[in-house]
Design a protein around this ligand. Structure first.
Ligand SMILES: NC(=O)c1ccc[n+]([C@@H]2O[C@H](COP(=O)([O-])OP(=O)(O)OC[C@H]3O[C@@H](n4cnc5c(N)ncnc54)[C@H](OP(=O)(O)O)[C@@H]3O)[C@@H](O)[C@H]2O)c1
Length: 283
């Protein structure tokens, strides 16, 4: 039996991974974050509070664990000690990373997150643990944080780069891959670029949300300068996104078959993801 810990279990992806493991019958699953609440977890999953910036706090949570799924959003300087601690306990580590090595213009723009992911990957590779890196592209779930507030108020989404295409991936598909990679042999030293099944421009994604709602919602393109003043992103994130979208205009998004190859089924479409999350877009 593989005992599995999910670090970052209350976030978008960690929660989906925890749910997938529980639904798939994995036993001995531990959900870890700084503020994890046992009541919100699937039946049979144990809650353990730990903080990646306080590595000794991981010892109790990771006792007798074989495999770890790690989401890193903690400060970069905490990574060496935390990864050394994780590698002391687990023999297998699956990291949620990003496709910064993929030679598509969308993924090759200036991106401070890429430097952080590369640093964490280097620490993991040097730790001696058997590692696998998952590299999802744009999360479908970004649509909630980005567009839901405008869609709840009306039928227009003011947004830059209407024609930039991405292949939004459903968090359930990232989780389904993680579920297999955490439990099956043959994935050590491998990395997988995970995408949704379709290349869709941002305007097409907004239109699909409207169709699922039964409304005619349109993306009204604004300039990058307008985006900087109107949209609630910190400047570093805004620069990163504007650069990536600008590079993606007119190109199909990068698509892979890795979700289907690992899970044996096709990834969810963006329309299916919207239908699953439709309440987030309703007034
Ligand atoms: N958004 C995208 O399109 C996209 C695409 C590719 C890759 N990514 C990568 O995905 C990752 C973000 O995943 P996500 O959206 O699932 O993150 P998220 O929703 O922000 O969740 C972060 C999780 O980490 C926990 N956490 C944060 N600091 C912690 C600490 N010091 N110690 C222990 N736990 C801590 C949080 O819980 P507590 O607050 O309770 O501790 C939470 O459970 C990033 O690495 C990003 O680069 C994102």
């Amino acid at each position: 039996m593989t005992r599995i810990a999910v670090i970052g279990a209350t976030g978008t992806i960690g929660q989906a991974v925890t749910e997938a493991l529980a639904a798939g019958g994995a036993s001995g699953v531990v959900a870890i974050s700084r503020r994890v609440d046992a009541a919100s977890l699937p039946p049979g999953v144990r809650a353990a509070q730990a903080d990646l910036t306080q590595p000794e706090s991981l010892d109790g949570a990771l006792a007798n664990v074989d495999a770890v799924f790690l989401v890193w959003t903690a400060p970069p300087d905490a990574a060496p000690a935390a990864i050394e601690r994780i590698a002391r306990h687990a023999r297998r580590l699956v990291l949620l990373s990003a496709p910064y090595k993929t030679p598509h213009p969308f993924f090759q723009q200036p991106n401070p997150m890429a430097a952080l992911q590369a640093r964490i990957e280097g620490l993991i590779e040097a730790s001696g643990v058997a590692w696998t890196f998952l590299r999802p592209g744009m999360f479908a779930a970004n649509a909630i944080g980005w567009w839901a507030s405008q869609i709840r108020k009306g039928d227009v989404v003011r947004w830059p780069y209407a024609d930039a295409a991405t292949a939004p991936i459903d968090e359930r598909d990232i989780a389904a891959v993680a579920e297999r990679v955490l439990q099956d042999d043959g994935h050590a030293g491998r990395d997988y670029v995970l995408t949704g099944p379709d290349s869709l421009t941002q305007a097409e994604q907004v239109k699909i949300i409207g169709e699922v709602l039964g409304r005619d919602v349109v993306l009204e393109e604004i300039s990058p300068e307008q985006a900087r003043t109107e949209l609630p992103f910190p400047p570093v994130a805004m620069n990163m996104l504007l650069g990536a979208w600008r590079a993606a205009v007119g190109l199909p998004a990068f698509l892979t078959n890795d979700v289907a190859a690992i899970t044996g089924r096709q990834p969810h479409t963006f329309r299916e993801w919207v239908a699953w999350n439709v309440s987030a877009f309703r007034a």
